[in-house]
Structure formats: structure tokens, C-alpha cells
Design a protein around this ligand. Sequence first.
Ligand SMILES: *Cc1c(COP(=O)(O)O)cnc(C)c1O
Length: 392
Amino acid sequence: MSAPDVGDDERRLVDEVLRSGRLSMGPMLARFEEEFAACAGVPHAVGVSSGTAGLHLGMIAAGVGDGDLVVTSPFSFVASANAILYERGIPVFVDIDPETLALDAGRAAEAVESLARRLPDRGRWLPRGARVSPGTLRAVVPVHVFGRPAEIDGLAAAARAHGVALVEDACEAVGARTGGRPVGTAGDAGVFAFYPNKQMTTGEGGMLVTAHATWDELFRSLRNQGRDGDARWLHHVRLGFNYRLDEMSAAVGLAQLRRLDALLAGRRAVASAYDARLKSVAGVSPLSAPGPRVEKSWFVYVVRLDPAIDRSRLMERLEARGVPTRPYFSPIHLQPFYRDRFGFEPGDFPHTEEAARRLLALPFHAGLAEDDLDYVCGCLADESARARDSAA
Ligand SMILES: *Cc1c(COP(=O)(O)O)cnc(C)c1O
């Protein structure tokens, strides 16, 4: 499905770390953070042990506590909502725009307005299990799904107007831009992730970016067991975590960051090659391209299947021919523990559920050669025709 692209640059920097004897809290992390901040055009970048850890710290900085509300998308990886639950907050899901797959920004801004001003209709935005005594709206967490920058200017303005934090989940979108502005920099904080299937990797790891000096300090303290700025060894001023990014991971990340343009170009080329081949495959459509001011960073290659195609059958047949595929995503609100805890039901977010039924991720990484793509698309053409017949 995916494969990291690591080479000699990564090996050289990891070797430098191993020879230095400093395996954590050393100069490599500082270099990685500095260069990442420069790339994103923000004053502060803080390395953490995963994207999930970054989202968690974002929720703490936003002030999320017991019963507080956070507006976010149900069409995402489960971590974007779990981070809210870690601080005992309540996720307020708003359905997506079926075309862009991102939070419907107009509806999300309406939700922000209603919840922040505690309007009489606010109950309709809340999960069934949280309608009795809703807390305070603290944050909005839009997700840049599959590397396509979400349109969030209106949402950012609504959040700002009501003193609600904007924390962007940019875990799938490193390098993506809108009107030249990198994703993750429109609000209070942005979170990136470097798991091996992402556009750049550190093995496990993540990065927070922010323009607030106070948030930068808070993140550095929280990731390091709640030590304060001078980081005295056994002096803890708040409840913290071990969310540090070690030096070997930072070395891999720094080498990847320096090659990021090439890594993204490789993925873009494979995506275009897929687009071209799929023109002749009936019932299988590439996702729509974003507008001209928007630069997507390719995370996964996802297609939309005609409703007449039986997706599970198609996946089985492709698997049998050596082509792995994944349904992407499975809605967060329908995960068993979200249903148990908040009372979500099928039908709550129809666009999200429809996307989850019809989308399919194909094998995708820069190492796929022309004949790999011919093979995948050939199998897809045969098997989607058959899966359609069997569904009819
Ligand atoms: C990958 C991902 C995360 C989490 O990143 P990890 O580094 O795996 O913890 C969060 N949100 C989204 C949308 C992701 O794709």
C-alpha cells in the first residue's frame, strides 16, 4: 500500500547521532525544528513523538477540559477526535462537503456561532449523549484530508470572532499550500505527522507549529514531563507527558525535510499517472482536483467507485491478484466506542457515510513503476466490471 522513501542522507544523519552519544534532547531535534519552522514560515516548531501526541497537546493549549466542546470532522483518522477525549472533551462532529471531503466550512462556522453564543438551537449540533449539560466551546479542529488543503478562512474567522482556538490537523498534508500559505499556519497551531506511510517520515513522530510564543513554551514543557523553561531535571510545574522526539528520529526527519520537494514531486507524478490510466476505467473516478490557488500534497491515492460496484467483492478480487486496497476512512462517529459513549447512529452524517462507503485507496508511493501502475489499473478495470455485474 505504501513504502517510505529513505536513503543515504537519512543513514548519514542517523549515523552522526549514533556516533555523538546523544540519543535524546540533543542538537538534531533543534535543527529539525528550526528548518521545519522555516519551511512552514512560522516562528515556532516543536517536535513530538507522534501526530497524535501533537493533537493532544494542541487540545491542552486550547484549554479543553471536562465536558468542553470541540468542533471537528467525522471523516478522518480516529486520532483527530481521540485527542479531544484525552482531555475529557466532547467532539462536535459536523458533516463534510461531499466534493472536497473536508469539514463543510459554512456549516462548521454555523456550529461555532451557535455553540459559542449558546443559542437555543445549539442542542442540534451536539452528540445525543451530551445534550443535557454541554460545556464551553474551546476549539475547532479542521482536517486537511488526504493532503488536500481544506478551505478554512471563514471558519478561522468565526473561531477568532468567538475566542475559540483553531488547531489544524495537517497530519496528512505536509507541504500543501493555499495561496502560497502552508497548511497548519492559519490558526493557533498546526499538527503534522511522520508515520512511515506519510509524505515524509521519522518512523514515529510529529511536529506542532505555532505563532504563539506562549504555546511554544507550553508544548515544550508538556512533551517533557511538565518541566518548565529551564528544564531542571526533577522540577515539574504541570502535569506533563513523555512526548519527546528522539535524536535518531529527528535525524531521519531532517534528511526527509531537506528532500521534501523531491518526495512530493515523486508522489505527484504517480498520482498523475494514475489519473491518466483511470480515464478509461468505467465506474472508477479520481477525486476532483482542488482550485488553482491550492497545492495538494499527495498522501494517498483514493478513487470514488460507482454505487453499482460491490466494493468488498472488488477488494477481495484485487487482493487475490496481489493488489492491496483499503477503504478510507471509516467514519469516526460509527466506531464502536464512539457510538457507546456519545450515542451516534448510522445516518447522523450522511455525506461522511457515503464517502466512507464509496471511496477506495489504491497502492501509492513514489516507488511504483509504470508497469506496476499498468498492472494495478488493468486489474482494477477487469475486476470493477465483474464486481459491477455481480452487484447488479
Ligand atoms: C496519521 C494521522 C494522525 C496521527 O498521526 P500519528 O503520527 O500516527 O499519531 C492524525 N490525524 C490524521 C488525519 C492522520 O492521518
